[in-house]
Design a protein around this ligand. Structure first.
Ligand SMILES: *Cc1c(COP(=O)(O)O)cnc(C)c1O
Length: 369
């Protein structure tokens, strides 16, 4: 972790203190309110629950510190992604999506955006290095991609997209703002699913949009207010609580993933292993340049669907589940959702268990495959 990120993670824990009066509770209160006391003319204070909420404000203040950019909270990662698409694209625009990233944005684009007159093109993440962004109003980048863990050079691609007159949107879900800072590398917009590591306890959905462009933030906020896609105060409160421990959890998860990936190398049950932190990984050199950590997701390919399922089911310390980034190590065979990966590909999300018992359980199950 760079000093700058450490500094932000430290300041995060004292943000609220700046707002406290003597006798106020140290933890954030939940404010479930549709109405606010509003005599006279509105403005400058919360007016109505679809527009404002003090519990969201506290979460957005944390996200703004972590991203070093104005940030807006959404009820899910897809809420954030769809808001950027709806607020920033117009009929006749062209949108470039990764063909091997998280699949729901592609389904959304195909089922809805196409009907609104937006032209969609899909390309594999690995091909973004070759350029060719002329004519795109928006280029959507996911790095490391979920689930394949291919990387995009954010600085290069966002500069090329800008030169071609478009905006770059980076889905930073797999790294969190503690592991990668796309806006510092030149991206126009960050979107993320905070359902993953930021929520971290597999009990809340959330997402956010961050940008240093006032015009983009204004448009996205306006979309949120008018469409009504807002976060409930209870969910916002849960994310606030989780963000306070993100740095500790993320640090443990990434450190353990690095140890486990290294020990997995050469295991006979694996036909392929992907982890950006491994020196032999195709993503390694770029990861060293643009990522502060190597992440907590490992891609393992076993010989067959049966072996992959046996590895997952046979390990007492793997929670079989979709999604990732929780305190419990979890895994799933992504081909079960139709991702373009081998049948035996397993996305392993390393959790917060102490690493030695976790490794012992993983190894024991893999040795049986
Ligand atoms: C999970 C995920 C999303 C969607 O987030 P939700 O909170 O489920 O809406 C978007 N992008 C990536 C990379 C994800 O992993």
């Amino acid at each position: 972790m760079t000093d700058d990120i450490a500094d932000r993670a430290a300041r995060l824990l004292h943000l609220r203190q700046q707002h406290l009066a003597k006798g106020d509770p140290v933890p954030l209160p939940i404010t479930p309110a549709s109405m606010f006391h509003l005599p006279g003319m509105p403005g400058g204070v919360p007016g109505y629950g679809r527009m404002d909420n003090p519990t969201w404000d506290a979460v957005e203040e944390m996200l703004t510190l972590l991203e070093a950019a104005p940030s807006l909270l959404f009820p899910s990662g897809m809420g954030a992604i769809s808001a950027v698409m709806m607020a920033c694209l117009n009929a006749g625009d062209r949108l470039l999506l990764p063909s091997d990233g998280y699949y729901t944005p592609r389904v959304l684009a195909d089922r809805f955006l196409k009907n609104y007159g937006i032209e969609i093109e899909e390309r594999p993440t690995a091909s973004f290095a070759a350029g060719g962004f002329e004519g795109f109003a928006m280029v959507f980048i996911e790095t490391p991609s979920n689930p394949g863990l291919d990387l995009v050079d954010i600085a290069q691609v966002s500069a090329e997209v800008r030169a071609a007159g478009g905006i770059s949107v980076v889905d930073n879900t797999t790294m969190t703002p503690l592991g990668q800072r796309p806006l510092d590398l030149g991206a126009d917009v960050v979107v993320a699913s905070d359902t993953k590591a930021p929520g971290g306890h597999s009990d809340v959905l959330a997402g956010h949009v961050s940008s240093r462009s006032e015009a983009i933030i204004d448009a996205v906020r306006s979309w949120r207010t008018l469409s009504g896609g807002i976060t409930g105060p209870f969910e916002a409160w849960m994310l606030h609580r989780s963000l306070e421990t993100l740095e500790v959890r993320f640090d443990r998860m990434c450190t353990s993933a690095g140890i486990i990936a290294e020990r997995l190398q050469g295991h006979l049950a694996l036909t392929r292993l992907r982890y950006p932190g491994l020196p032999g990984d195709p993503s390694h050199n770029l990861a060293q340049v643009q990522m502060a950590r190597s992440g907590f997701i490992i891609g393992l390919t076993l010989e067959s669907e049966d072996k992959a399922e046996a590895f997952i089911d046979g390990c007492a310390m793997i929670q079989p589940a979709t999604s990732f980034g929780g305190v419990h190590t979890s895994a799933e065979r992504r081909a079960r959702w139709g991702d373009a990966v081998p049948d035996g590909f397993v996305r392993l999300s390393v959790g917060c268990e102490p690493v030695e018992p976790l490794w012992a359980a993983l190894k024991a199950s893999l040795d049986r495959c």
